[in-house]
Ligand binder design. Structure first.
Ligand code: SF4
Length: 389
């Protein structure tokens, strides 16, 4: 059975509109892939919670709060965001408030945080006064993980971030000058983004850049250049997200990125980065576009998918991938699973039972599961006790 025939046998993918020619091309390209990363996939979703043990932290904000050092303020007011992403975050406008926030969050059960803030007009987040407090937090609570959204940096800032003891450095890599000028309203160059990545990678920090697909008003423009930058500097992992322009003004509307183009980009990314974990974050369009995008992500050999669409576990199993599951919310975007990459994260579960449950949820009389190769991974390496069904 070729991949397209396999897709046709998976009920939730009916009517999704996957392109047969692209699927055939991906099947051929996947077969030629070199490098050890493409065979394993981990799905992150709270719907797997039923399979977790009490060691697995609760979903979402309590375990991984997002904290903004500027509250809801941001000078850039990018067209896809308008600083709205900052609004629900916990404000920590001074180092002392940050210290208090972290202490409160740890008492409430937090295991780490995303630390970010709005940008100045040069796309820098002004952490200067906060570094001693970040160091103090890491000295007092070494197990509390800090993923820092770096924005653009120079060598001195990259070193200060390293000295502060943060656990992961995250930045968006933008490859098109027009996107930088028009969407971000920024007078910086694509080279500035590449240099920032280079400075971060030259430290001992764990560096996890993001590429936002469709950032140019829903069109693909600088993605391949951004991918080339990432390839040149070989960070610890790459997170791909698809633009979610909830806040785009009516005068500058965003289209929904074309799922087939996104799928082709996933395959290009996998080929360009055969040895780096590639993760699909939770930000992407909903509905049929999501099913198509997720299907392409599985076929391209991405290593992690947050909140997978229905049918993806079955697809991965039918394509012979080694499947793991992690009961978590959008932890890819905020750093939890990115930091766990060195460990062998994921739970050992009975994939066939998950598929059966998915099918039972869709329709009571589900058909038999003949022919699925079930791969149950060991959870020992990550110290989490997986519970087989
Ligand atoms: S710099 Fe970041 S927070 Fe500010 S508007 Fe742009 S995307 Fe949003």
């Amino acid at each position: 059975m070729n991949w397209y025939e396999t897709l046709e046998s998976i009920e939730p993918l009916e009517g999704v509109g996957l392109d047969p020619r692209l699927v055939a091309e991906m099947e051929a390209r996947f077969g030629r892939l070199e490098g050890g990363r493409a065979g394993r996939i981990n799905f992150y979703t709270p719907t797997f919670k039923a399979y977790s043990t009490s060691e697995i932290g609760a979903c979402g904000k309590n375990a991984w709060p997002a904290v903004s050092i500027t509250g809801g303020e941001c000078k850039l007011q990018c067209d896809h965001c308008k600083a709205k992403i900052l609004e629900p975050m916990i404000p920590a406008p001074t180092p002392e408030v940050l210290w208090q926030v972290v202490n409160r969050q740890i008492e409430a059960g937090a295991r780490g945080m995303l630390l970010t803030g709005g940008s100045n007009l040069r796309n820098e987040v002004e952490y200067g006064a906060f570094y001693p407090t970040i160091r103090r937090i890491k000295d007092a609570f070494p197990g509390f993980r800090i993923a820092l959204h770096t924005a653009l940096v120079d060598p001195d800032i990259a070193r200060r971030m390293e000295d502060s003891g943060i656990d992961a450095a995250m930045m968006d890599v933008i490859g098109a000058q027009d996107t930088i000028s028009q969407v971000y309203h920024l007078r910086r160059s694509a080279d500035d983004f590449e240099r920032s990545l280079e400075y971060l990678v030259s430290t001992n920090l764990k560096v996890v850049p993001h590429i936002v697909i469709g950032l140019h008003y829903g069109r693909m423009l600088g993605e391949w250049n951004a991918l080339e930058m990432v390839r040149r500097h070989q960070p610890d992992a790459l997170v791909l997200v698809v633009v979610m322009p909830f806040y785009a003004p009516g005068s500058r509307p965003f289209a929904t990125p074309d799922a087939n183009e996104v799928g082709g980009f996933f395959m290009d990314a996998r080929e360009a980065l055969p040895e780096i974990p590639l993760l699909l974050g939770c930000a992407r369009p909903a509905g049929r576009a999501k099913s198509a995008i997720d299907g392409y992500a599985v076929m391209a050999g991405l290593n992690g998918i947050a909140h997978p669409a229905d049918g993806m576990v079955e697809l991965a199993a039918r394509l012979g991938r080694e499947v793991r599951v992690t009961p978590a919310c959008c932890s890819i975007a905020i750093g939890d699973e990115v930091m766990a990459l060195e460990e062998d994260s994921g739970l050992s579960v009975d994939i066939q039972a998950i598929i059966e449950r998915e099918r039972a949820n869709r329709r009571p009389a589900s058909r038999a599961l003949g022919g699925i190769k079930v791969v149950a991974a060991s959870a020992e390496a990550c110290g989490r006790q997986g519970k087989s069904l």
